[in-house]
Design a protein around this ligand. Structure first.
Ligand SMILES: C[S@@+](CC[C@H](N)C(=O)[O-])C[C@H]1O[C@@H](n2cnc3c(N)ncnc32)[C@H](O)[C@@H]1O
Length: 240
């Protein structure tokens, strides 16, 4: 197995996020210059959500997307947050307490072996949950989203990307490779885990391959770029 193949192993990814959990929120904000919040908000807005629906937040982490999801829905809606990292899930449970009166079901499960019922979900969202998957896993992710979405159900997914504009790209790669691990070294116990974010992002590049994979399934798909390609994603709906 190559090093990169090993990095896509679910056990490796799970342990990585377990280690990252205590600093993830802060680091995610710093490393995206505060843009991560804006990208989550925009990604969720793309769903054009209606009230009284079922929403699945996949690779939910500690529920970083929830405030934006719940702002766009109401108390008759149901939110399912799914993640496999024990540490992220523990924090998601604490986060849930902030949203009294809302129905939030937390599932500690692997997306590739999950208990969400067929055609039970109106909207699927995922913030920054794509880059740790290889193409084969992205195919399986597309199949799972197709399985759980109701006919005409909508999805919107976003992740960080390498921008195309040369000067921005050089700066971004330098930042990923040097500055983020340095920030990690100064502020955190496990700086090496943040090096991995750069490794995944460089391998991921952008969401064009995700778009291609989803287009092969029963979906209508649009590609979206956020801030000159520093993040990218897809949105769309299940055709039948
Ligand atoms: C970068 S975090 C994103 C967290 C959150 N959605 C956000 O907006 O910041 C990626 C999350 O995906 C989870 N994850 C990765 N692979 C997964 C899988 N196969 N099944 C379930 N969760 C997974 C990790 O545990 C981690 O919490």
């Amino acid at each position: 197995m190559t090093e990169m193949q090993e990095y896509f192993e679910p056990r490796f990814v799970e342990q990585l996020f377990d280690k990252m959990s205590s600093s993830y929120a802060r680091m995610n904000y710093i490393t995206s210059f505060g843009f991560s919040e804006r990208w989550r908000r925009k990604c969720i807005k793309e769903l054009k959500m209606e009230e009284g629906k079922v929403i699945a937040d996949l690779m939910a982490g500690m529920g970083e997307c929830w405030k934006f999801i719940l702002k766009n829905s109401d108390k008759t809606s149901k939110l399912i947050g799914l993640d496999f990292s024990t540490e992220m899930i523990e924090r998601a449970k604490k986060n849930k307490e902030k949203f009294k009166g809302y129905t939030i079901e937390i599932l500690q499960e692997n997306i590739f072996n999950n208990s969400i019922e067929n055609e039970s979900v109106d909207y699927v969202v995922s913030g920054f949950g794509l880059k740790t998957f290889n193409d084969h896993q992205l195919e399986k992710l597309a199949e799972e989203i197709e399985r759980i979405l109701k006919p005409s159900g909508r999805f919107s997914l976003v992740d960080v990307s390498i921008p195309k504009i040369k000067i921005l790209k050089c700066f971004y790669i330098f930042y990923l490779k040097n500055i983020i691990p340095l920030i990690g070294k100064i502020f955190l116990e496990n700086p090496e885990v943040y090096q991995m974010l750069g490794v995944y992002t460089q391998e991921f590049k952008n969401s064009r391959h995700v778009e291609k994979i989803f287009r092969k399934k029963n979906f209508y798909v649009d590609y979206i770029e956020y801030f000159y390609g520093c993040a990218s994603g897809i949105k769309g709906h299940k055709i039948r």
